[in-house]
Design a protein around this ligand. Structure first.
Ligand code: SAM
Ligand code: SF4
Length: 359
């Protein structure tokens, strides 16, 4: 019989040696169980269910990627267990990601079960859209509320160059299917690449407006070593905003989707234009998330190498969630105050690619 959480019973008030040193007791009592050493509540988990992908986006992974052997990847049951423990500890929003989550066999089985976890308010997904034409209705039925679809260009040739293998038409068919399926919200995520797609930003916003969906522009992060550096391809949110303001009236909005994006509204349209600006508008002070990889590693900060490997614990205690819950709480004690991407544009300090941690 599995030893179910709630962790409020599993973890006593302040057992020495079990909770991270410096954990602010008052803050811990005020909300969920996950509070980092800087007093930030963690209520959002990004769960990567595979490091594999059917694309090879040139800013995200190497051309010749070596993927994890299957035995080192969490089973779907283990993914569900991790989700359940995090939700019991106070996580209310969970994003399933990857790699490409929709290439994982039986992904719908997992999503249906995560969506039902008591206490989870929102299950969302990030995808490259390549499989959405066949999965969109099933995702909606499974309880996924919102989907982010990565789309960096609307030109087929350029799409192929950036993704190295992807087919733009297939992704656009996937977007059609997602719109027809009736999700609460759909959003395009566009990584801005100087000389790569910065001439298309206006066009991409027009596209989002015509479709009545949101769009967020992301500053490229120095994650993983491509051997090229990232300084020359960096394109800042401020420059993008200035370009867009030449074409659209953009009204700043205080809305939040629970993430780091800052939003602008275009009067007369439902579209929100967001900017995720890890370089130019650091959002670490309000960070509320941690990441869990398909290899079973807990990464409290995307821009940092500190991790808690939990696969051994997961497999050593198949029927007792308590040691895992305690290890996760302990992981809050190593969450870095923030990233320092600005100084890593030539040589990244974070050696793992985004596809390995989960975006
Ligand atoms: N395969 C899915 C997709 O592409 O949406 C989910 C995983 S992907 C790693 C998640 C997001 O990370 C995508 O929007 C992708 O564009 C973004 N991303 C990948 N590498 C990045 C980098 N170095 N800097 C900024 N964003 C990156
Ligand atoms: Fe795959 Fe997404 Fe990375 Fe592109 S950004 S290679 S689709 S994981």
């Amino acid at each position: 019989m599995r030893n179910e959480l709630p962790m409020s019973q599993a973890v006593p008030e302040s057992p020495p040696g079990q909770l991270p040193r410096g954990l602010p007791e008052a803050a811990r009592r005020a909300g969920g169980m996950l509070v980092d050493r800087h007093g930030r509540h963690v209520s959002y988990l990004r769960l990567s269910i595979t490091d594999r992908c059917d694309f090879r986006c040139n800013y995200c992974m190497a051309e010749e990627m070596v993927f994890l052997p299957r035995a080192q990847v969490l089973t779907l049951e283990e993914c569900l267990r991790i989700a359940r423990i995090f939700v019991a500890l106070g996580v209310s929003k969970l994003r399933v990601t990857g790699g490409e989550p929709l290439v994982r066999h039986n992904v719908i089985w997992l999503l249906e079960r995560i969506a039902c976890l008591p206490g989870l308010k929102e299950l969302v997904l990030t995808t490259n859209g390549s499989q959405l034409d066949r999965f969109a209705p099933a995702l909606q039925a499974a309880g996924v509320k919102r989907i982010n679809i990565s789309l960096d260009t609307l030109r087929a040739g350029r799409f192929r160059e950036i993704t190295r293998v992807g087919d733009l038409d297939k992704v656009l068919r996937g977007l059609d299917a997602a719109q027809a399926a009736g999700f609460q919200r759909l959003k395009i995520n566009t990584v801005m690449i100087r000389g790569g797609n910065d001439d298309e930003l206006v066009h991409l916003v027009d596209f989002a407006v015509q479709r009545g969906i949101d769009i967020s522009f992301i500053e490229e992060m120095p994650l993983g070593d491509r051997g090229l550096g990232r300084r020359s391809s960096h394109f800042s949110s401020d420059e993008a905003l200035a370009r867009l303001q030449n074409r659209f009236v953009l009204v700043p909005s205080a809305e939040s989707s629970g993430g780091p994006a800052r939003y602008w509204r275009i009067p007369g349209s439902v579209t929100r234009v967001g900017f995720i600006s890890p370089h130019s508008h650091n959002f670490c002070d309000s960070c509320n998330r941690v990441r869990f990889t398909a290899r079973g590693d807990l990464y409290p900060c995307l821009g940092n190498n500190d991790a808690v490997p939990l696969l051994p614990l997961l497999r050593a205690h198949p029927d007792d969630d308590r040691p895992l819950g305690e290890a996760i709480m302990h992981g809050m004690g190593i969450k870095a105050r923030g990233h320092d991407f600005a100084h890593q544009m030539d040589t990244p300090q974070v050696v793992r690619f985004m596809s390995m941690t989960g975006g």
